[in-house]
Design a protein around this ligand. Structure first.
Ligand code: F3S
Length: 402
């Protein structure tokens, strides 16, 4: 692989041991994938920063790195395993919480922004079209590649760390034009009106396309940021989609020809397929846990839930997962007060998939997120129901969903 003089000096150890170690990781990776050179990156988003994921091995690795190195590009952190400010109130185990705080501090020492959120593109980590980045977290990867048109492969914790310390990634995979073309076409024949509708599309197509790149046509209503966030998360949970295109909407897909250059299978997503996506998560009956905010809720989502809950009280435990920045915004408006009066818990920094345990042994979960409906039942042995936000609110208030 071609390396610049600067990259050679990193590899030779002239710039310190940790930089050498990181460059070795990236060169090895590049050689495996046939990369011709390294690319300079504009930012990193770290996955795997929950202590539940890293355990002590990861904690020690990051702590050791923090004694020697620092990040040379902006780097944000994904969800951690606790609400960093309210972990005691939420009943998290103190030993777990202290290990998480230690891990987060090690990242902060190297220069990570403590965003603790899976939607870094809502809080300042916003690359530009065509820029190379090194991001982890499946939903964020899918969003940044597809909606922003920046370029990243699916980075794990160790490669993201190496990228943040060296400012480089090897040039392969989705960094290259030829690997960003569609592998299936999906004709959407149903009107998609909500985030949950987009999640149903993502969930259904993710199971078909796997690691491929779906190209959507026929989406008539211009999607909102929240719609695209829901689509990204669902595609990346039932499948392993890291990039999609919507013709006439996402930046690389001005025309169908721009993103499909060969014969590809064509699928249809109509009323039948839409209903099938919901069928997979069809629990009905008593509800003890309602979750919003997967990926982390935006202020617009929080405002909507607050407007639906104004003057009501929830019977089921109800969480809205988001970042501290968005919670602070909600506090400056009337949304936080309305939600707290209704009995809703705003959980920051984490989510039921990455937190230490699901609280209080809940069994029947309702959510408006395809990704949450999918993961929570595999992870915690619960039943899950995917529902529109209005129905989730009704379930939260009545404690039932038919
Ligand atoms: Fe984010 Fe957790 Fe969902 S990391 S995408 S809220 S599973």
């Amino acid at each position: 692989m071609y390396l610049t003089d600067e990259e050679k000096s990193m590899l030779n150890g002239e710039r310190g041991e940790i930089i050498q170690k990181c460059m070795k990781v990236l060169v090895t990776l590049g050689e495996i994938y046939g990369a011709k050179r390294m690319l300079k990156i504009k930012s990193v988003h770290f996955p795997g920063v929950s202590y539940r994921v890293t355990g002590d091995a990861g904690l020690n690795y990051v702590k050791e790195a923090s004694t020697q190195g620092s990040f040379i590009v902006p780097a944000t952190l994904n969800n951690v395993g606790i609400d960093m400010h309210n972990w005691e109130e939420l009943g998290f185990d103190p030993d777990f919480a202290h290990s998480q705080i230690e891990l987060s501090k090690a990242y902060a020492k190297m220069g990570a922004v403590m965003s603790n959120s899976c939607t870094p593109y809502l809080y300042g980590n916003i690359p530009m079209f065509g820029e190379h980045v090194a991001w982890g977290e499946s939903s964020a990867i899918c969003f940044v590649n597809s909606v922003i048109g920046a370029r990243t492969n699916r980075e794990g914790g160790p490669t993201a760390l190496a990228a943040a310390i060296t400012g480089r990634v090897p040039e392969y995979g989705l960094h290259l034009d030829e690997n960003r073309k569609g592998t299936i076409r999906v004709a959407v024949n149903v009107e998609l009106l909500s985030d949950t509708d987009f999640a149903s599309l993502g969930y259904y197509i993710g199971t078909i396309v796997g690691k491929g790149i779906p190209v959507f046509t026929g989406i008539k209503n211009r999607p909102t940021t929240e719609n695209l966030k829901a689509l990204s998360a669902a595609l990346a949970s039932s499948g392993a989609v890291a990039l999609f295109h919507i013709v006439g909407i996402t930046p690389e897909a001005a025309t169908l020809e721009a993103v499909i250059d060969k014969d590809v299978p064509v699928y249809s997503f109509g009323e039948k397929e839409y209903a099938e996506a919901f069928e997979k998560f069809n629990y009905s009956g008593d509800v003890d846990f309602v979750v919003f905010g997967c990926p982390h809720a935006s202020i617009q989502e929080i405002r909507k839930i607050a407007s639906l809950l104004k003057g009501k009280k929830v019977k089921a435990e109800t969480w809205i997962c988001t970042s501290h920045q968005i919670k602070d915004l909600a506090a400056q408006m009337d949304s936080l007060e309305i939600l707290e009066e209704a009995g809703v818990t705003i959980v920051c920094d984490t989510c039921p998939v990455l937190c230490q345990t699901l609280p209080r042994g809940y069994k029947n979960v309702v959510t408006n997120s395809g990704k949450m409906a999918h993961y929570i039942r595999g992870l915690w042995d619960v039943k899950s129901r995917l529902a529109q936000v209005e129905d989730c609110v009704k379930a939260a208030v009545s404690g039932r969903l038919e």
